[in-house]
Design a protein around this ligand. Structure first.
Ligand SMILES: [Mg+2]
Length: 228
């Protein structure tokens, strides 16, 4: 019996392309105008301090700091001050309506239906919990945050390790067997299944036209096909 749905975001509720084609280009294009307006705010100034320290750049040379951030973005580096400034720029973009988060219509419909049926809904994504809340708070289907009971990110643990799913089941307070995990990545589904969770492999034709017939997980190409 399924009492809880635990869902991934990219490739599952939403297209992988949104992050690559909307969020990252927006951060790159908005960095300079964002810094021009917000550079002296404590949160932003602290990030610039970190950039200066990390890259050994003179703190007063703000053009060089901005150039360093642009270079890290171009190289897709996972540097803490870069992630921090991107987070602020994306929050600003959501709040000013520069874009809305992509969600497949069947996913929004499925989440609403399960919520109505009394299932508890949780997110597990590699994006930070704050980013997840912004994402579902400003989606193409409106504010979906009232549907969710909670959010997990990689501070709970890596998505391909069974221990992370054990921790999540414990935090949710349900037996793993009553939780259905949805993802587009078989290695994540394997880790969840190892704890006794139910699984469903989302194969979004737009995202990953892959087929692996040896894969043990039930598959669905949309939320309408998921059996709970
Ligand atoms: Mg995914």
């Amino acid at each position: 019996m399924t009492r809880v749905i635990l869902t991934d975001i990219e490739g599952t509720t939403s297209s992988i392309a949104f992050v690559k084609e909307v969020l990252f280009p927006y951060a790159a294009a908005s960095l300079d105008p964002f810094l021009a307006v917000h550079r002296t705010e404590p949160e932003v100034a602290a990030i610039l301090d970190d950039v200066a320290r990390e890259a050994a750049i003179d703190r007063s040379d703000e053009a060089a700091l901005a150039a360093q951030l642009q270079q890290w973005m171009a190289e897709d580096r996972k540097v803490t001050p870069l992630k921090a400034i991107q987070g602020l720029i994306w929050r600003n973009g959501y709040e000013t309506g520069a874009y809305r988060a992509h969600i497949y219509p069947d996913a929004a419909e499925g989440l609403r239906r399960w919520h109505q049926q009394g299932l508890a809904l949780y997110v597990y994504s590699s994006g930070s919990v704050e980013a997840q809340k912004l994402f579902f708070g400003h989606s193409e289907a409106g504010d979906l945050t009232p549907l969710f009971n909670g959010y997990f990110d990689t501070t709970t643990g890596p998505k391909r390790e069974a221990a992370s799913y054990r921790k999540i089941a414990l935090a949710i307070g349900e037996d793993a067997g009553e939780i259905l995990f949805l993802s587009d990545v078989p290695a994540e589904l394997d880790a969840a299944a190892a704890t006794g969770m139910q699984t469903c492999w989302l194969q979004r034709p737009a995202d990953c036209p892959q087929t692996d017939w040896s894969n043990p997980h039930p598959t669905a190409s949309s939320f309408a096909e998921i059996l709970t």
